[in-house]
Structures are given as structure tokens and as C-alpha cells.
Design a protein around this ligand. Structure first.
Ligand code: FES
Length: 165
């Protein structure tokens, strides 16, 4: 587990942040083929890929910022905005949809007060949608930080959300 000092270091507000981005590019590679790995490593380090980080990657690799933005916004694993502490991925595929997914989705968005792609004001949850998570037999399903929760209803949803502070 990271201590407070290292967490602060992995923040774009830290004075060394751009140096860390530079270091990641240096260690990962400067070619177009390395770009996804560079972006992934920056996202892993800072939690997301900031606009300043994209400009720095562009300077170090000579890849245009628009090309970097295109790649970053294409992949969900490369967030360009800061996610909440917990990421909910709601299964919106048909098998879940027909066993209560629609009602669950309504309850979820009401309880969180956000729509897919948004983060709660307290920074606790980011809501994303996804296709089948491979556990249709316990639908409707969502995952939180990659933990699967199945057989969900509007009634038992608050109990599940409460586990994530
Ligand atoms: S359709 Fe939802 S887990 Fe398969």
C-alpha cells in the first residue's frame, strides 16, 4: 500500500509530476507502437491522463496531441478524466436487461445521482456501462472495482454500495 508521500507524488499537482511523465516515456518507449503502453503507465501512475501529460508525451515522442487524444479517448482503460475512488461497471447486455437490469439501472442512477460517464460529487463513484460480464446466470449484474455483484435489485443495491466508502 502506498504511503501519503508517494500518493502525493502520484498527483498532477506535485512539482515533479511532469518529470514522472517524462520518466515513464523514457522507460516505456517513444515510438507510436509504445503509445498505448505509455498512456497505460501514466494512467496507472496518476489515476488518469491529464491534458498536460498528453502535451508532455507529445513533446517526448513527437506524436501529435490530437493523435494521442484519439488513442486515449478510444480505450476505456485509458481515462482522460479523474475517476472516483470506486468504478462501477453496469452490465447493459440483454440477458441482464430482461431479468431486472432496467429497473436496477434506474435505481442505481437515482441513488448515485449520476449518469454513465459521470462521477459523484463526493468523488466516491464513477459509473460506466459495459457489455456482458460473463456471469449472466446471476443477472442483473454490475462490478465495482472488478468485484462482481449479482442478483441485484433496487432493494439490495444500497447494501452493496455501502461496502465501498
Ligand atoms: S448479460 Fe449481464 S453478465 Fe452477461
Amino acid at each position: 500500500m502506498e504511503n501519503a508521500a508517494s500518493q502525493q507524488k502520484n498527483n498532477y499537482d506535485h512539482p515533479d509530476a511532469i518529470n514522472r511523465v517524462r520518466d515513464i516515456v523514457f522507460k516505456t518507449g517513444c515510438s507510436k507502437e509504445d503509445l498505448i503502453a505509455v498512456l497505460k503507465n501514466v494512467a496507472d501512475c496518476f489515476g488518469y491522463i491529464s491534458t498536460n501529460a498528453i502535451h508532455e508525451i507529445s513533446r517526448q515522442t513527437s506524436i501529435s496531441t490530437s493523435d494521442i487524444f484519439s488513442v486515449a479517448t478510444f480505450y476505456r482503460m485509458l481515462p482522460t478524466t479523474q475517476y472516483g475512488r470506486h468504478v462501477i461497471e453496469f452490465c447493459e447486455s440483454l440477458p441482464c436487461h430482461v431479468v431486472g437490469g432496467r429497473e436496477l439501472f434506474r435505481a442505481l442512477t437515482e441513488q448515485l445521482g449520476i449518469q454513465p460517464g459521470e462521477t459523484t460529487l463526493d468523488g466516491r463513484f464513477t459509473l460506466l456501462t459495459t457489455s456482458c460480464l460473463g456471469v449472466c446466470e446471476v443477472g442483473p449484474v454490475l462490478s465495482i472495482d472488478d468485484n462482481i455483484h449479482g442478483n441485484l435489485t433496487a432493494e439490495n443495491l444500497p447494501e452493496v454500495l455501502a461496502k465501498y466508502k
